[in-house]
Design a protein around this ligand. Structure first.
Ligand code: ZN
Ligand code: ZN
Ligand code: FE
Ligand code: FE
Length: 274
């Protein structure tokens, strides 16, 4: 077996140009993944939603066939396994659509994300409306309630960037953290859902991965499984920061991550790192 494979876990979170704020096609991500020694990765672009929800940051419904076709092109071009995924938003009222649509499409894996509180986009550094209108704890509380609601739907496989509200550096006092975060972790554990170690935080103002070491430790104590995601919006960011991510996982107590295919999970040992 390729020695490099042993040091890189699958990257289960990448995007494409179809979401209007990323670059590249799956074939380009696949080439980058191969170069970096991955044996498997997933393209999980922002999935379409009805009612024009956040349409400026995702593919349109009528581009979904093109998205699917792009996987054929990627698979023809490289040897590693290219999984068919999607990053699907959870928002209030999405359930009737999501339950139908997600089960109708033959995804390998479905990431579940909360990006918005009301009309405020937590993933947009220019959108400060949230922080101007409410205090940090209130934002975190509302956000983690929605994450808990996401878990309760049982519609998604993995919760992405779990502590996203810290993106710009806004965090609650450490003493308030358990009360804000643990109820959501308990709901994720009850749903049997996984969370991801998302390295994009290293490229954001906060400068650390999602979730924080403390939250990851709490997740491990609850038996919540993990995956790894770069959240790459350009091909060169595939698997970026993964050495540190594996280290973070080990320090939190993890010995395994998940392999997900056809929406079925299996635990695989964490790669050996030097
Ligand atoms: Zn994005
Ligand atoms: Zn490949
Ligand atoms: Fe996201
Ligand atoms: Fe993403």
């Amino acid at each position: 077996m390729n020695e490099k494979y042993l040091s890189v876990p699958p990257d289960y979170h990448t995007h494409t140009a179809l979401c209007k704020h990323a670059e590249g096609r799956p074939a380009e991500y696949a080439a980058a993944a191969c170069r970096k020694g991955l044996r498997e990765f997933a393209v999980t672009d922002h999935g379409p939603t009805p009612h024009l929800y956040d349409s400026e940051h995702r593919m349109d419904m009528d581009q979904f066939d093109l998205y699917r076709n792009w996987f054929e092109e990627a698979r023809a071009e490289c040897e590693c396994k290219v999984l068919f995924g999607v990053e699907a938003d959870y928002f209030e009222g999405c359930q009737p659509f999501m339950s139908k649509w997600l089960s109708a499409c033959p995804f390998d894996l479905v990431l579940g994300s909360v990006h918005y509180l009301g009309s405020s986009d937590m993933d947009d550094p220019d959108d400060l409306s949230l922080w101007e209108s409410s205090d940090v704890n209130a934002v975190w509380r509302r956000y983690f309630e929605l994450v808990g609601d996401l878990a309760d739907t049982r519609l998604y496989d993995v919760v992405t960037h779990l502590d996203l509200p810290k993106r710009g550096g806004d965090r609650p006092d450490e003493k308030d953290l358990p009360d804000l975060v643990l109820p959501a972790l308990d709901r994720i554990a009850r749903a049997g859902m996984a969370i991801e170690i998302n390295t994009s935080g290293l490229r954001h103002p906060v400068g650390e991965m999602y979730p924080s070491p403390q939250i990851l430790e709490w997740a491990c104590e609850r038996g919540i499984d993990i995956t790894f995601g770069s959240d790459a919006h350009t091909p060169e960011n595939v698997a970026s920061g993964f050495d540190g991510a594996v280290k973070l996982a080990r320090e939190a107590g993890y010995t395994h991550s998940l392999r997900i295919r056809g929406r079925r999970r299996r635990r695989i040992p964490l790669p050996v790192t030097s």
